[in-house]
Design a binder for this molecule. Structure first.
Ligand code: AMP
Ligand code: MG
Length: 342
């Protein structure tokens, strides 16, 4: 299949909407990362998304809407808490998991009776959803397991020939995926951390927000299928948590400890590796500016892959606020290959 690169003019958007209405796949820009769009209400179209990405079929999609009124196509339970989050953060990088109407295809929800919904903050994509007049299923537009795409060319690198079109939009401002919050229980629970933090959510809701225990796990190994090697009782609320994710081609090591000692340990490891003829990529971010790390991280992993780097040495960031969300990605990218520096 020929993958067309479209722009954001009215004609381009009309064409992309047409492809979606015919059951095709269109990658779209958002403020977080690029999404791979299909008509969320069309089983066959959504099945193609899993196939194009090589994504396990029990890992559900986030459904993107352009207007709060579209929410009632997906759920009949819009609570006061949901309204508060919508008012405060939409359009923006917060995804709510809510009870799904029977009409929402279970292919879209990965077989669950809940559906994840958000309104992305990107003008072209909002216009596309409005034009097509459908909710848009959209996981990240990468091959399953690869770092998430933050430019149209990242999408093209992974999905060229596998999807009908890519809308080349403005670069992703945030750079990591949305905060996913489960709104189906009295205490909202974060299933995936993002740029909008637990503290910000708590403040808007005026109550405590929890973090799903699966987010905090540091498993040791992945088995051959890319599943986390854990006991059988590991059934995280967000099915995506089970899978290996965001991995660069290179080996990756995260150095954790006191910043000065970490820097020394990384320099020493670099020297050893270079002596062995390896090429080394270094990731050292400013703890005071985790937003910059979020913005840069996936793009940098892909740049290292392109260069053919053998090993990536990364300094851990402080795990609070946005740093917590960045470290969630970094640990997974490295397959939890962590070196504690005493
Ligand atoms: P991605 O589409 O790659 O951004 O990943 C979407 C994330 O949202 C995955 O980790 C999914 O497991 C999670 N997710 C989507 N729908 C649901 C749902 N209904 N319940 C819990 N988690 C969900
Ligand atoms: Mg993804």
């Amino acid at each position: 299949m020929e993958t067309r690169i479209l722009g954001t003019t009215e004609i381009d958007i009309k064409e992309a909407a047409q492809i979606l209405l015919e059951g095709g796949l269109v990658a779209f820009p958002t403020e977080t990362v690029y999404g791979l769009g299909a008509n969320a209400m069309n089983d066959e179209a959504v099945s193609k998304v899993y196939k194009a990405k090589g994504r396990p079929s029990d890992n559900p999609m986030i459904v993107h809407i352009a207007d709060s009124s579209q929410l009632i196509e997906l759920t009949d339970k819009v609570t006061g808490d949901m309204k508060k989050l919508m008012d405060a953060f939409w359009p923006g990088p917060v995804t709510m998991v809510v009870p799904a109407k029977p009409e929402v295809p279970r292919v879209t929800t990965g077989g669950l009776d809940t559906v994840a919904v958000r309104m992305p903050d990107n003008e072209a994509t909002l216009a596309l959803i409005a034009k097509a007049g459908i909710p848009l299923a959209g996981p990240s537009a990468n091959l399953s397991g690869h770092p998430s795409p933050t430019t149209a060319s990242h999408v093209d690198d992974d999905l060229h020939g596998r999807i009908e079109a890519i809308i080349q939009g403005e670069p992703c401002k945030v750079g990591i995926e949305s905060t996913v919050v489960d709104m189906t229980s009295e205490t909202p629970m974060i299933l995936r951390p993002g740029i909008v933090t637990k503290e910000q959510l708590s403040q808007v809701l005026g109550k405590e927000v929890g973090i799903d225990p699966a987010v905090l796990q540091r498993p040791d190994i992945y088995n051959n299928g890319g599943l986390l090697e854990t006991d059988e009782n590991f059934k995280p609320k967000s099915p995506g948590m089970k899978y290996k994710h965001y991995a660069p081609k290179a080996e990756m090591i995260i150095f954790e400890g006191e910043p000065e000692k970490v820097r020394l340990a990384m320099a020493e490891e670099k020297m050893n590796r270079v002596e062995c003829g390896q090429t080394v990529g270094i990731l050292l971010y400013d703890n005071e500016n985790p937003e910059e790390a979020a913005h840069d991280f996936f793009a940098q992993l892909r740049a290292f892959d392109k260069k053919g780097v053998d090993v990536i040495l990364a300094a851990a960031l402080k795990e609070d606020g946005v740093g917590f969300a960045v470290m969630n990605r970094m640990f997974k990218s490295a397959g939890y290959n962590i070196r504690e520096i005493e």
